[in-house]
Design a binder for this molecule. Structure first.
Ligand SMILES: [Zn+2]
Length: 375
C-alpha cells in the first residue's frame, strides 16, 4: 500500500549509482530493489521533502526561500504560545506565505483557551477553526498548555480528555483536517537536570523552570499526561491525530511503536526530538532502524525550525540548512556525524529510500493534503 511517488523514479537510478558503501553487490548476487538502497548525501537537494513541523512567525520569507533551495514543502504550525506573536499575527503571516507559494507552504491553525468553559466558547472556537480551514488551514494545533497550564473555573488543570474539548475535536474530525497535539513534555522533563539524556532538554528546562516538572511534583505526572492523551485519541476514532514531538514518547521507540499499533489513525512527527532518537541509536542502531522501517507509514519528518520576526534572515537560512542536512545525513545515509547534544559520534541509519520517501514526503502529503487517500 505504498503511496505512489512517480516524481522520484528518475532519481532512483542516479542515487543507485552514487551509493557506494552499502550496496556493492557482487555480480553473483541479485541487486536489491532500488527502494531498499539508501540515498546519498548528494541526493538531499533533489529528493522531494516535507518538513511537517515549522513555525514561520513572520512574513519575512527566509524559511520559505531556504525550503525552496533545499526542496522542502512546509507545514507551519500556529501555536497558542506566549513567546510567539499573537495567534492572529501568526495566522496573518501564514496566509501571506501560503498566498506567495501555495504549493510549498501549508499551515495549521490553532485556537485560544481563553474563556474555556464559558457559554459559547466551544461554538466560537469551532466557527474560528472552520473559518481558518476555509482560508486554507490543513490542520489544527493543540498545545501543551492543555494539560500543563490552563485551568477550568474550579481551578483544576484542563487535560486533553476534558469533556468540553470533545465537541472541538469532533468538529476537527468533521472538517477532515488533522489535529496536531503536543501534550506533555519529553520524559526528561520529569527528571533532575543532571539525569537528562540530552543537552537540548537540559538547556530548555534550565531556561524554562515553569515547564520542568521535576520541580513541580504536585503537577500531573508523565504517565498522567500520556494516559489523558491516549483516552482522548481513543475517544475520537477517525480523527487524524498527529502526535507532535514523537507524541512525547521520544525516549523509547518501542513504546512509541506500541502507541502507533494501538491507534491506527495516529501519526507522529519527529520535531525537535532527533537527539533523543540518536541517543537510542548509538546504543542499539538496529532497534531504532527497525522502528522506522516497521512504522514507515506513520512517521512524519519535522524539525520545529522557528523563524521569529527578530531572526536575522541570512543566519536563519544557514541554521535551517544545517539542521536539514544533518538530519538527512542521519536518517537517509550511513555516514557518521558528531552530535553535541548527546556528546557522541552518531552513525547514520541509512534507511531504505522507499522508507525515506514516505517519512520525508508521502506521509505528510497523505495526512495533511489527503493525497493518496481513498474516498
Ligand atoms: Zn513546535
Amino acid at each position: 500500500m505504498r503511496a505512489r511517488f512517480p516524481v522520484c523514479l528518475p532519481l532512483l537510478l542516479v542515487a543507485l549509482a552514487a551509493c557506494g558503501e552499502s550496496a556493492a553487490p557482487s555480480s553473483a548476487v541479485r541487486p536489491a530493489p532500488a527502494d531498499d538502497l539508501p540515498y546519498a548525501i548528494k541526493d538531499f537537494a533533489r529528493v522531494p521533502k516535507f518538513d511537517a513541523h515549522v513555525h514561520a512567525n513572520t512574513v519575512q520569507p527566509a524559511l520559505l526561500e531556504q525550503a525552496q533551495a533545499d526542496g522542502f514543502e512546509l507545514l507551519s504550525i500556529n501555536v497558542d504560545y506566549p513567546d510567539f506573536p499573537t495567534i492572529m499575527e501568526q495566522r496573518a503571516a501564514a496566509l501571506a506565505l501560503a498566498q506567495a507559494e501555495p504549493s510549498r507552504f501549508h499551515w495549521a491553525t490553532t485556537f485560544s483557551m481563553q474563556g474555556f468553559g464559558s457559554p459559547g466558547w466551544a461554538a466560537a472556537v469551532e466557527e474560528d477553526i472552520g473559518g481558518a480551514v476555509a482560508q486554507g488551514a490543513v490542520a489544527v494545533k493543540i498545545w501543551k498548555n492543555v494539560g500543563m497550564i490552563e485551568k477550568d473555573a474550579a481551578g483544576a488543570l484542563i487535560m486533553l480528555d476534558h469533556p468540553a474539548l470533545a465537541p472541538v475535536a469532533e468538529r476537527i474530525r468533521a472538517l477532515d483536517v488533522a489535529l496536531v497535539g503536543h501534550q506533555g513534555e519529553p520524559h526528561n522533563c520529569w527528571l533532575p537536570l543532571e539525569q537528562m539524556t540530552t543537552e537540548n532538554d537540559r538547556e530548555y528546562f534550565r531556561n524554562h523552570p515553569q515547564y520542568h516538572m521535576y520541580l513541580h511534583p504536585e503537577q500531573p505526572s508523565y504517565e498522567d499526561q500520556m494516559a489523558a492523551r491516549d483516552r482522548f485519541v481513543a475517544a475520537h476514532p477517525g480523527l487524524r491525530f498527529v502526535g507532535a514531538h514523537m507524541a512525547s514518547l521520544e525516549y523509547d521507540v518501542d513504546r512509541l511503536g506500541a502507541f502507533l499499533d494501538r491507534f491506527p489513525d495516529a501519526t507522529v512527527d519527529l520535531a525537535a526530538r532527533m537527539s533523543q532518537v540518536q541517543y537510542q541509536s548509538v546504543r542499539d542502531r538496529e532497534r531504532v532502524r527497525d522502528f522506522f522501517i516497521r512504522h514507515q507509514d506513520r512517521i512524519l519528518y519535522g524539525t520545529d525550525l522557528t523563524q521569529d520576526p527578530a531572526s536575522d534572515p541570512a543566519e536563519f537560512k544557514a541554521s535551517a540548512h544545517a539542521v536539514w542536512t544533518s538530519d538527512w545525513r542521519y536518517l537517509a545515509t550511513g555516514e557518521s556525524q558528531r552530535v553535541d547534544m548527546i556528546d557522541a559520534d552518531v552513525p547514520g541509519l541509512a534507511l531504505p529510500r522507499g522508507v525515506i520517501d514516505k517519512i520525508y514526503h508521502a506521509n505528510a502529503r497523505r495526512v495533511f493534503l489527503r493525497e493518496g487517500r481513498g474516498g
